[in-house]
Design a protein around this ligand. Structure first.
Ligand SMILES: [Zn+2]
Length: 103
């Protein structure tokens, strides 16, 4: 059980990191962050267009995708349950996290 949980956490973390790294590029020499036109336009269409702000419309721009992966990672890590757009749960350690710290 613990190994499967650990594998899931690692896979979800990789998914989150890939989604976040996809949002921008960072130039180490110039210390400059660049966000592509595609990301900006996707986010604009997803978040600012009135016809897409309905609660029934699923948001799926790269920022929303990264957000959903983060939520998935958080739920797995902290055993959060999401109901009716509000999270119920706690920030206490999951059983698996406690077990890992005990090792
Ligand atoms: Zn979006």
């Amino acid at each position: 059980m613990l190994i499967a949980w650990d594998d899931d956490i690692i896979k979800l973390r990789d998914k989150v990191m890939a989604a976040l790294n996809n949002l921008f590029t960072y130039n180490l020499v110039e210390h400059k962050v660049t966000i592509t036109k595609h990301i900006v336009e996707s986010a604009r269409d997803c978040h600012l267009r009135p016809e897409r702000t309905s609660k029934n419309t699923k948001r799926n721009c790269p920022i929303c995708m990264a957000d959903s992966y983060l939520e998935e990672y958080e739920r797995k890590l902290f055993k959060m349950e999401w109901k009716y757009d509000a999270n119920k749960g706690s920030w206490r350690q999951s059983t698996e996290e406690s077990a890992l710290k005990g090792i």
